[in-house]
Design a protein around this ligand. Sequence first.
Ligand code: FAD
Length: 449
Amino acid sequence: STALVWFRRDLRLRDHPALHEAAGRGEVLPLFVIDPALWRPAGRAKLAWLAATLRSLDDSLDGRLVIRLGDPEQVVPRVAREVGAGSVHVSRENEPGGMARDRRVVAALREIGVEGVASGSPYAVDPGTLLTKGGTPFRVFTPFAAAWREHGWDSARPAPRGVRWATAGSDGRVDGMLDKALRESPIDLPAAGEEAAHRRWQRFLDGPLSDYDDDRDRPDREGTSRMSADLHLGVVHPRQLLDDLRGRTGAGAEAYRTELAWREFYADVLLTQPDSAWQDLRPLPVAYDEPQDAIDAWRAGRTGFPFVDAGMRQLLGEGWMHNRVRMVTASFLTKDLHVWWPVGAQHFLDHLLDGDLASNNHGWQWVAGTGTDASPYFRVFNPVTQGQRFDPDGAYVRRWVPELAHLPGAAAHEPWKHDGGYDHDYPRRIVDHAEERTVALERYEAAKS
Ligand code: FAD
């Protein structure tokens, strides 16, 4: 009979356990469902990235990807019945919303006698697999990472060969929706799809990887892999990256494996503590503010702190922000403006092509000091010295903040110290960092006592 593969965060053909499983059962119908409830509120850059990735997947399938519109709880059983499918295959979900949806879909399928089968997940080790010696989920990264390495993972498999594809029509509205999403993209998208992702990865392996350990903190250099947006949509599976790193013993490869382990750790935390998506993991009764004008200035990259503003503008301009700058901008919102982290997390999710509930929201909790394994609350990044340290020549600031492009070298980090620093209408600092740092620490002390 026909086996339906319902693609979600696994938009690839290589190393796809659910696709392999389906191909072993009969003809395969590849399906993607656009749920209007998720499509409409998503940021425009993110929608465009998804549209470009879907188009590329469809190309790899010679135009056979079936895209339907609607609530998956109705759409998936309807398509299954339409093509006489005996089973529906997916990659396992770990996000609370996706898991609840999958339970509803599986129940609806059961009613019409169709089996729901989950194989694999977007992670090298499926979330929920690893436990401490006491049999509980890990709360701390370092022992998790040790257990993760010890557990190991399967090798990546090539795309299944000789698949017999079934066909069905797509929803007539879909083409127009994808066209519109691409047309309205507010940014120039990176090249999308499996081939492009593998080329991107190969360039990183051949070049920046060897210096990754040193360069990954430098937003002024192209020192990181930029694989996050592909990993987010499952265009590549981390197993493939880990395979390609096998046998590489340098500090760069070690550091890269550790970064992938963070991604897996946060996915595990989200599965085992689903409330952590939007609630403090370690609640801190600190007093928060809602300074709307300052929040708007932060979102627009107009705080008057060059390194913060460069990051916030990179986010809007590229749909990506360097990790070091994610930390500094998040610290600025939570510690200098005293805003509760979900406000910033939502803004990031709206604009990051890699915007991912587990990595983003736990990254925010880490900075805010509320997370599992978090940086301590009293750690407050200095937005100026961070810039001087990680963008020593000011090149990153000048790239993203044209009002400061006339300031040479590190002067770009301190326009207030230089004649003509404000000649091109760069905004004055909206807060005094030293004062706000003290306020943050006082509030923290008050909350503890
Ligand atoms: P590389 O340095 O090349 O890293 C390789 C891969 O490792 C990344 O693609 C990513 O999958 C993983 N990785 C690296 N660092 C982390 C980390 N700290 N936590 C989890 N995974 C990591 N990452 C996301 O994928 N999506 C997000 O929405 C996201 N939001 C973040 C929000 C904040 C406040 C912070 C501090 C970090 C966030 N990160 C997020 C983690 C990190 O910033 C990005 O993964 C990284 O910048 C992506 O660029 P890259 O692929 O070039 O990274």
